[in-house]
Design a protein around this ligand. Structure first.
Ligand code: FES
Length: 145
C-alpha cells in the first residue's frame, strides 16, 4: 500500500514537471518549484513581512539578520509556480550577503538564475523581489539600522 502511495507521488511529480516544462519553465525553475528548498517559516525571526501582488497572490518573507548580514530567509507563498521558483532563487541569491548587498537584488538577477519562465509570469518575479525589499526596509526601519 505504502509503495503504491510513493509511486503515485512520483508519477504526480513527473506529471507536474512535464506540464511546467511544456509551459515554458526552465528545468531550474521547475526544480525550485517542486523541491521548495526555502519554503516555510523561521522560528524567532527578526522580521516578518507580507506582500500581496497585483494578481492577488501573497508572499510572506521571514528574515534572520546577524551582524549586518542576511543570515537566513524563508518564504511562504500562496501563489503560482513562477512565484515559488522566483522566491526560492531570491533566497539563494541573498543569504549570506550584507543588508546593503541584498537590497541590490533585482528582477534581472532572478531571471539569470531561473533562465526561463513564461512571459506572463514575469510579474511573479517582481513580487518575490518587492516582498524581499519590503522586508529589508521594514527590518532597517524597525531596528534603526
Ligand atoms: Fe500571482 Fe504568479 S500569478 S504571483
Amino acid at each position: 500500500m505504502e509503495e503504491n502511495f510513493i509511486e503515485n507521488n512520483n508519477n504526480n511529480t513527473d506529471h507536474v514537471r512535464k506540464m511546467l516544462l511544456e509551459s515554458g519553465y526552465s528545468d531550474t525553475a521547475v526544480s525550485y518549484y517542486i523541491d521548495k528548498p526555502y519554503m516555510g517559516i523561521l522560528e524567532n525571526p527578526d522580521q516578518v513581512t507580507e506582500m500581496v501582488g497585483t494578481c492577488g497572490d501573497t508572499m510572506k518573507v521571514y528574515l534572520k539578520v546577524a551582524g549586518g548580514n542576511v543570515e537566513k530567509v524563508r518564504y511562504q507563498v500562496l501563489g503560482c509556480p513562477g512565484a515559488v521558483s522566483a522566491a526560492m532563487a531570491a533566497v539563494e541569491l541573498v543569504e549570506g550577503k550584507t543588508l546593503a548587498q541584498a537590497k541590490l537584488l533585482d528582477d534581472g538577477d532572478i531571471f539569470r538564475v531561473l533562465k526561463d519562465i513564461p512571459g506572463k509570469k514575469h510579474h511573479c518575479i517582481q513580487l518575490a523581489v518587492k516582498a524581499l525589499h519590503k522586508a529589508l526596509d521594514e527590518y532597517e526601519n524597525d531596528s534603526g539600522c
